[in-house]
Design a protein around this ligand. Structure first.
Ligand SMILES: Nc1ncnc2c1ncn2[C@@H]1O[C@H](COP(=O)(O)OP(=O)(O)OP(=O)(O)O)[C@@H](O)[C@H]1O
Ligand SMILES: [Mg+2]
Length: 363
């Protein structure tokens, strides 16, 4: 049985090339914000349609583009953290190879489909072994997309080795995963590997500006900086935060972004760090508990951000090492759901100890 899984059709009209101008949209209702437009998550609405739309990874995308144009596509293995454009890139390749009718020529299997050894033996083999004709397509080879391939069983991966070799003549395989070490070495060696690194701030900003303009949003510069900071190179996360903040408030400011995601604001972290470094134990405890309740902050977020703050301030390295170690222990315990109050006490104690060490070192 050869079955072609339909991938989500994303043929809307937002595929024009990125506008480079950093223009901010106006806060007015727009065609893009029409009822149907609102329903689509922006991550899908703004999924790159062509390889030229994929932000960052220029060298990788250009190489793949060149190979696709020359009809010399090798088996591919794309890996890297979430939201960096792996699936989008391969779908753009499919579009380029087969036009918008690409569904007939590709077999897409992802983690939501069964991909045990039986699927490799039947579905994939059936698809790969039959000759397909697609009128108007530029390429005659078919494409098997194995998204989230790191979730495939070892048996299935072993079975795939021979299938890949046997049908190389008319089928190309594209494996996509987050953790490349979960792919068996034999499969890795059959593919050309490309690593999709987290997007750098410049490209995230550029892509966000494009979406902001298309959706005509009202975003302040500090709001944009906050989005870039919080997404940590994950473009999907950036778009999701942008959309949820937009739903919560019309003006997307730094505060709105932090409030929407529940992350502590940098100025709150500065304040908390100041208390930790200067106030007596009981005062620190009272004030931090109060700000936690008032702003709805999670202790684990505070610990994470305070740690980054500790990296920045000047102190002797042995004291810093001990303090970071203590903070890591607190974070570890928090991940098991330990008592919040006790862990807050432990956080303040760690700083108290570091302060005593600082005083001793100064004498
Ligand atoms: N390089 C990029 N350029 C433009 N948009 C991107 C890029 N990377 C991600 N996006 C946006 O994020 C969304 C998700 O991207 P995609 O599905 O390609 O991520 P992925 O790398 O496959 O992630 P995962 O490992 O979680 O499957 C896209 O729909 C797109 O809107
Ligand atoms: Mg993906």
């Amino acid at each position: 049985m050869s079955e072609v899984i339909a991938v989500m059709d994303i043929d809307d009209d937002n595929g024009n090339n990125e506008a480079e101008k950093p223009v901010k949209g106006k806060n007015v209702a727009s065609p893009a914000a029409a009822p149907d437009g609102k329903a689509t998550p922006w991550v899908e609405k703004f999924r790159p349609k062509s390889l030229a739309d994929v932000a960052a990874h220029r060298d990788i995308v250009d190489t793949i583009d060149k190979l696709t144009s020359e009809n010399r596509l090798p088996h591919l293995l794309l890996y890297g953290p979430p939201g960096t454009g792996k699936t989008s890139t391969i779908l753009a390749v499919a579009r380029k190879l087969y036009g918008t009718n690409y569904h007939n020529m590709i077999l897409e299997l992802n983690a939501s489909d069964d991909r045990g050894i039986d699927v490799v033996r039947q579905q994939i083999q059936d698809f790969a072994s039959t000759q397909s004709f697609s009128f108007g397509a530029k390429a005659s080879v078919k494409l098997v997309l194995l998204d989230e391939a790191d979730a495939m069983t070892k048996d299935a991966q072993f079975a795939l080795r021979r299938v890949i070799e046997k049908y190389t003549k008319n089928t190309r395989f594209a494996l996509i995963c987050n953790h490349v070490n979960k792919i068996i070495p034999a499969l890795q060696s059959r593919c050309t590997r490309f690593r999709f690194a987290p997007l750098d701030n410049f490209h995230v900003t550029e892509r966000l500006r494009y979406v902001i303009e298309a959706e005509r949003l009202d975003v302040t510069e500090s709001g944009l900086t906050a989005l870039v900071r919080l997404c940590t190179g994950d473009m999907r996360k950036a778009l999701n935060i942008l959309q949820s903040t937009h739903m919560a408030s019309q003006h997307i400011t730094e505060e709105a972004v932090y409030l929407c995601t529940g992350n502590p604001m940098p100025k709150d972290i500065e304040q908390i760090s100041f208390w930790l470094l200067n106030e007596p134990f009981s005062d620190s405890f009272k004030r931090i508990s109060e700000i936690k309740t008032r702003k709805g902050l999670a202790l684990v977020d505070i610990v994470r951000e305070v740690t980054l703050f500790v990296f920045k301030i000047k102190m002797p390295s042995d004291i810093r090492v001990q303090l970071i170690n203590d903070l890591a222990d607190i974070e570890y315990r928090m991940s098991f759901g330990c008592n919040d109050k006790l862990q807050l006490g432990s956080l303040i104690s760690s700083f108290t100890r570091a302060r005593s060490a600082l005083v001793a070192a100064a004498q």
